[in-house]
Design a protein around this ligand. Structure first.
Ligand code: ZN
Length: 136
């Protein structure tokens, strides 16, 4: 597997617009895009080669809503960009690494994503993602 960069740091929030202000007003960064994926609303704030990804659940029953309810708002996951997510998946399966799904799933901005199970990564939820050609 080839990790290209830390693509984003996922942050669980209650209200994306309100939390975006922390980064745009306090830090003068820009939220350049938002996207909705299933029950999730995401906002991307580029910081050099990486991004802050704000993630808000649009339903109280959603996994992100439950995370925020249980642990409060804050850092939820680290996402590493790989060049070939199918190869990365095969490699992790061969190593017996527990994953949260058997196949890559659709993520924001046309990415294909998969998550290592946090029980195997000492509490840090790790996402691997592959973006379509030409996307940052
Ligand atoms: Zn993510």
């Amino acid at each position: 597997m080839k990790i290209k960069r830390l693509a984003h740091i996922g942050v669980g929030v209650k209200d994306l617009k309100e939390v975006a202000g922390v980064y745009t007003d306090f830090l003068t960064l820009a939220m350049t895009s938002t996207d909705s994926v299933g029950e999730l609303l995401t906002g991307f704030i580029p910081v050099g080669e990486t991004n802050i990804e704000l993630v808000q659940s649009t339903t109280p029953e959603g996994v992100m809503a439950k995370f925020v309810e249980k642990k409060g708002e804050g850092i939820h996951h680290l996402a590493f960009e790989v060049d070939d997510i199918d190869a990365a998946l095969a490699e992790l399966k061969a190593k017996g690494v527990p994953l949260t799904s058997d196949e890559p799933r659709p993520g924001a901005h046309g990415a294909r994503v998969l998550f290592l199970h946090p029980k195997a990564t000492h509490g840090v939820l790790i996402e691997l993602c592959q973006y379509p050609e030409g996307h940052h």
